[in-house]
Design a binder for this molecule. Structure first.
Ligand code: PLP
Length: 348
């Protein structure tokens, strides 16, 4: 594919953040060693920080969030087991069929508005223990919900759905790609969320601004098992401290500032809600994701994307007429105001 000119204002995803000079300096100066022998002090520090943040005994550094999900499922599941999650959850839609390919597990999708399902839905989805039924094995919660508009799971809902799972002997897992967005905005600590899950992880390469990586946390026993699969999947690294240093830097410097991204996203959503032909998809914008529909403009998402790009703005097309704008640390309030103007121009 031909390389596209880099957009001036890139709202495609918070994965498009670039490491800052200060982060790069921390990376350049990182102390390193052999990660596989637990001899990389920077990786060890990052894992200890995340385990502590989540209130878990241990953590493991992995190349991506996808690998965090896949390894967690691989640890929790036997072939033929079932993972219960939201219909739009990342492992169902954007991990190349990982649950079936890697864990030989099937997924059970629950339909929701914001990616937040209820205890009743879980109760209804759990299979009777019958020889011919799959075994309901893992309950997976995505927080914040990506395709659910960046919504935050209320802690009461988490307590309710995980209690049902536990009653039925299931493991509980949180896809916390954007957990720290939920923590900063909602005021519930990562530790509090962590109490309800056997495994949970954060992504470093989204709003935290790192180039790569995710950190998966759980009990010592869980992390021991996760390490076997990290090795098996080829995710065991060597002098990985050079990238873990970005994670340490991000946890020390880029967490509180996520609140700015949320404020910017809300301002942007209010601005574009005024544009004729643009309709916000969710009735709330809690964190850094803004979903909208362009159908009423008479254009489709692909055409709006093309026109925006001609003006140096990039917003992802997420369906025939659905688009998603993401705020992040490389985007200022001024740039968002400009992007809203340009969007208004290209749809009118
Ligand atoms: C991005 C994302 C992932 C996958 O993370 P990668 O680091 O891109 O592999 C998983 N779940 C959710 C909700 C995400 O947004």
């Amino acid at each position: 594919m031909k390389a596209m000119n880099a957009p001036r204002i890139d709202l495609y995803s918070d994965t498009h953040t670039k490491p800052t000079p200060a982060m790069r300096q921390a990376m350049a100066e990182a102390e390193v060693g052999d990660e596989q022998n637990f001899e990389d002090p920077t990786v060890n520090k990052l894992c200890a920080m995340v385990a502590d943040l989540m209130g878990k005994e241990a953590a493991v550094f992995l190349p991506s969030g996808t690998m965090c999900n896949q390894i967690a499922f691989r640890v929790h599941c036997q072939p033929g087991d079932e993972i219960i999650l939201d219909y739009f959850a990342h492992p169902i839609n954007a991990e190349s069929g990982g649950p079936s390919a890697v864990s030989m597990a099937q997924t059970r999708a629950l339909h929701t508005t914001h990616g937040i399902y209820t205890a009743d839905q879980v109760r209804e989805a759990i299979r009777p223990s019958r020889r011919n039924a799959p075994r309901s094995r893992v309950l997976s919660v995505e927080n914040t919900t990506n395709y659910g508009g960046g919504s935050i799971w209320p802690i009461e809902e988490i307590a309710a759905v995980t209690a049902v799972a536990k009653e039925h002997g299931m493991a509980t897992h949180m896809d916390g790609a954007r957990l720290l967005n939920a923590v900063v905005e909602g005021g519930t600590s990562a530790k509090e969320y962590g109490k309800y899950f056997d495994s949970l992880w954060i992504d470093l390469s989204k709003g935290l601004g790192c180039p790569i990586g995710g950190v998966l946390a759980g009990s010592v026993h869980f992390i021991d098992q996760a390490w076997r699969f990290k090795q098996q999947f080829g995710g065991a690294m060597r002098q990985a401290g050079i990238i873990a240093a970005a994670g340490v830097y991000a946890l020390e410097n880029n967490v509180e500032r996520l609140a700015e991204d949320h404020e910017n996203a809300r301002d942007f959503s209010r601005a574009i809600a005024q544009i004729p032909g643009i309709k916000l998809i969710f009735n709330r914008c809690e964190t850094n994701l803004v979903f909208f529909d362009v159908a009423d403009s008479g254009l489709d998402a692909e055409e709006v994307d093309k026109r925006l790009r001609a003006h140096g703005v990039r917003i992802g097309a997420m369906g025939p007429t659905r688009m998603r704008a993401v705020t992040h640390l490389d985007i200022s309030a001024e740039q968002l105001a400009e992007a809203a103007h340009i969007l208004s121009d290209v749809v009118s």
